[in-house]
Every structure is written in C-alpha cells, then in structure tokens.
Design a protein around this ligand. Structure first.
Ligand code: C2O
Ligand code: CU
Length: 473
C-alpha cells in the first residue's frame, strides 16, 4: 500500500465513529485493524447533515452522519459490528453484495428478528470477496435509506493494485421540501411505487452537493462509485477524464474504458474505476450525475498546485485478481426459473396472487399497497419461489413486462448474464432491466439459507416486488 493510499484511507475515515478517537491518531489506527479485534460499534441514529452548504437537514445516519463510516476489512477476515438501533423504528443492517452467512444477511422475518429501538444486534461474518460493497437497513428501507442510512464496506485485496489514492464515492438523491428537510409526507406514496420510485430533487456525492476530492496532477486514483439512491438510475461522468472500469458490484472485470466516459449505475450497483488525473495543477474537473433528463454536478476533482507526480499515466497493472466465486456453471443441468416482472403504471397487470389467493389489481392496491408482482406473486410469499440443493446451478430469466426500469438484486450470491443476448459477461449482484427487457442470468447456489430476490428500487420492493428462494445443504 502506498503512502498516499494510507493517507487517503485516514482521510476517508476521519469522520468515522467506528474508529472513534483512535482513528484520528495515525496510520496504525486504520479502521480495518479495529475489525480484527474487538467489535466496532455502529449506531443508527438521528443527526444533522449539511447536504446543501449553509443549510441543515435532519437525517438518520450510521453514527448520525451521512454517509455512514467507511468500514474496511481485509479479504478473508471477519467483520464484527455491534449494531445499535437508536432510531424510532425497528431496523436491521444488510450487507449488500457480500456472499455472507445467511444468519448475518439482515433481512427481517427471513434471517433475523428486526432490531427494535434501543436494542443491539451483533453482526459477525467472514468477507470472502475483495471489493466495494455497502450496507443499509432492510426494514422500511425506502424511508430509512432515503433519510440517510447507508455506508460503504470496502474489502481490501491482500495484494492491492498500486494507486496513489483510493476514494469511496456514494451518489444519492434526496427529496427535500422547501425548508430543506426530507419530504416525509411522500413516504409510502403509491405514485412512487407505481412509477420510477422515490426520485429526488437534490443530488449529493458523499453527503454534499459539492464534494471536492483533492488530487495531484499525475496521480492514479481508484474511485469506488456506489449508487445509494432509492430508485434513480444514472451514469457518473468526470469531465475531461476517462475512467477505466476494473470491477462491478465488487467483482473484478477485465479492465475496460467506460463507454463515452460514462459509468452507468442502477440502484445498489457499484463500479470501481481507475482514473489517471492528468489535468494541469490547480484545475478542477466536475463530477456529474447524468440522469435521464438532467446532468447534475455534485462535486469535483480538485487538483493541487503541486508539480505533477508523473508526466504520463502510470503503467502499473490495474487488473484485479478474481474472487473465489464458484464459476462452474452447469448450464446443461440448471434449474430454470422464469421471473416475469409485471405491474406499475401503464402496465397490463390485472392482478396477482398473495400466498395462493388471487387479488385483482384494485384489491392489491387498496388492501396491500401493492402494484408489482414477480412471477405472478405480489409481496413476500410464505413459501420460497424456488428451493434448490447446495451446488445446483440456477438460471433465472427476468422478463420485464413493465414500462419501468428495475434493478434486480439477489442476496448471498453473484450471478452472470448468460445466453445469446448477454450484454455483460460480469459477475453482479444487481442487474438493470429496462422496460420490456429480458435477461437471463445464472449462478451456482452454493450458499445455504434463505435469500431474497427483489427490485432494489426500494419503492418497487415495498410495492410488492420482492420474493425469496432457499438453498438447502
Ligand atoms: Cu441492498 Cu436486499 O438489498
Ligand atoms: Cu423495480
């Protein structure tokens, strides 16, 4: 690890509550070293954030801050967190994208009891894959994530690639009212559920609308981009810079330049990119979220006046070592599961079943607040959508019959697009399906337990778009 990397790690953890005073005292007190020892504390609690300069917004955050602390742990080590819930609603912590022990997955009613206000829950699990992950509540997540409960979990490679700095960039959108407060009245709104989810009017990078990332000319940066928005889909762009994608959803890919410099991120998705900062000393480059109908600047790469570190981009290798995913997809003997995705505004869904009872669309909306169905079922069923033995290859065919995009997320496993139409031969935990799109993915179900499969547009999930499957040992 280079000195610059260490320095930036300290800088990133400056605001952490997990490290506490220890994190401020120097390089020996990196948060990751805390994980190997005593459990760290992570509390969900109320706080204030200055999303917009000069204006205070009441939030819920891990440690009371937004984003929460960057948790770091080395690949293969245990993460140990004592979670304390100090918000006025039950909560849990879900470790998004980690191929985790089932009991630690943080899904209330499926893997654990919800953690009531004032209670604690000890999370402890091995982190098998190096990469960029994040954590968030899995209870009332539409509201809890929208109010600011999220943080990054970085699992470091045992032999990291050489970079001069390593930064986490969490992109979010917020729906603020005229007083700059989180718009509370629209939580649970059927309109959001039936359309594109809770879309915001204020856009932030690492909790502010103008986040500066310091750099020096000639430096090589590793940027870990995370879309933590409830439902927004956007591409990240850095003016005048050409990111090279080296990992998606925490899993290494063959390095490739981002097409047109745009890195597309659906809700929950991540991308690790290498950026060689080759602009002139003293300059700035805008960091932008390219949305469907807008481009918003949320920060900048801010170059110091120092003389360039290098005159040409570093030629050090940037390919990451593969993670230990079971890649032996036995497609000839795969269990096939069709997952038609129906509902939403302008859709043709007439009704769906809930635990065997068929309900018309009107009844679903009126009685359950549901507007979506996966494989004909609305809401979380009592029985799994499918159950397989450990080691079985599973092939899921998502067919988006709706007029809205969806970000389909599978817990406990990473999957890969297969078939003729495969557009991304990458291991992912969350995949975008745009309207009317069909994608087939496959994975080896090698992690026993009860796992969710849901749309990561949190209002769609709340509106019925979530189910589960079981892997038996
Ligand atoms: Cu990031 Cu089931 O969630
Ligand atoms: Cu969706």
């Amino acid at each position: 690890m280079t000195d610059a990397h260490t320095a930036s790690t300290i800088m990133m953890s400056r605001r952490t509550v997990v490290g506490g005073a220890a994190a401020l005292t120097g390089s020996l007190a990196l948060p990751r070293e805390l994980w190997a020892g005593a459990p760290a504390d992570l509390a969900a609690k109320a706080g204030e954030a200055e999303l917009i300069a000069g204006q205070k917004t009441a939030v819920w955050g891990y440690g009371g801050i937004v984003p929460g602390p960057v948790l770091r742990v080395r690949q293969g080590d245990d993460l140990r967190v004592r979670f304390r819930n100090d918000i006025p609603h039950a909560s849990t912590v879900h470790w998004h994208g980690i191929r985790i022990a089932n009991a630690m997955d943080g899904v209330p009613g499926l893997t654990q009891k919800p953690v009531a206000t004032g209670e604690t829950f000890d999370y402890r699990f091995r982190c098998p894959d190096a990469g960029t992950f994040w954590f968030h509540p899995h209870k009332m997540s539409s509201e809890q994530v929208a109010r600011g409960l999220y943080g990054a979990l970085v699992i470091e490679e045992r032999e990291p690639i050489a970079v001069d700095a390593d930064h986490v960039l969490m992109f979010d959108d917020w729906r603020l009212d005229a007083d700059g407060q989180v718009h509370g009245a629209s939580f649970g709104a059927i309109h959001d559920r039936a359309h594109g989810g809770r879309l915001g009017n204020t856009f932030t990078l690492n909790g502010t609308t103008a986040h500066a990332i310091p750099t020096r000319s000639g430096a090589r940066l590793r940027l870990r981009l995370i879309n933590v928005a409830n439902a927004n889909v956007f591409a990240v762009r850095i003016a005048d810079h050409k990111p090279t994608i080296i990992a998606v959803d925490g899993q290494p890919v063959t390095p490739r330049p981002a097409t047109d410099g745009l890195v597309l991120l659906g809700p929950g998705q991540r991308a690790d990119v290498i950026v060689d900062a080759m602009s002139a000393p003293g300059t700035r480059a805008d960091i932008q979220m390219v949305l469907a109908r807008d481009v918003v600047t949320v920060g900048s790469l801010a170059y110091s006046k120092d003389a360039p570190l290098r005159e040409a981009p570093s030629d050090a290798p940037i390919a990451l070592k593969a993670n230990p995913i079971d890649e032996r997809l036995d497609l000839a003997n795969a269990v096939d599961v069709a997952i038609p995705m129906d509902g939403g505004a302008m859709g043709r869904m007439r009704g769906a079943s809930i635990n065997g009872d068929y309900m018309s669309m009107r009844e679903l909306v009126r009685e359950m607040g549901y507007v979506w169905a996966l494989a004909g079922q609305a809401g979380m069923p009592k029985t799994p959508l499918f159950a397989v033995k450990r080691g079985q290859t599973v092939r899921l065919t998502f067919q988006n019959n709706s007029m809205w995009p969806h970000a389909m997320h599978v817990h406990g496993h990473h999957f890969k697009e297969v078939g003729d139409a495969a557009s991304e031969p990458w291991w992912r935990d969350t995949i975008m399906l745009f309207r009317q799109q069909k994608k087939t993915v496959a994975f080896v179900a090698d992690n026993p337990g009860k796992w969710m499969l849901h749309c990561h547009m949190l209002e769609h999930h709340e509106g019925g778009m979530g189910t589960w499957f079981e892997v038996t040992s």
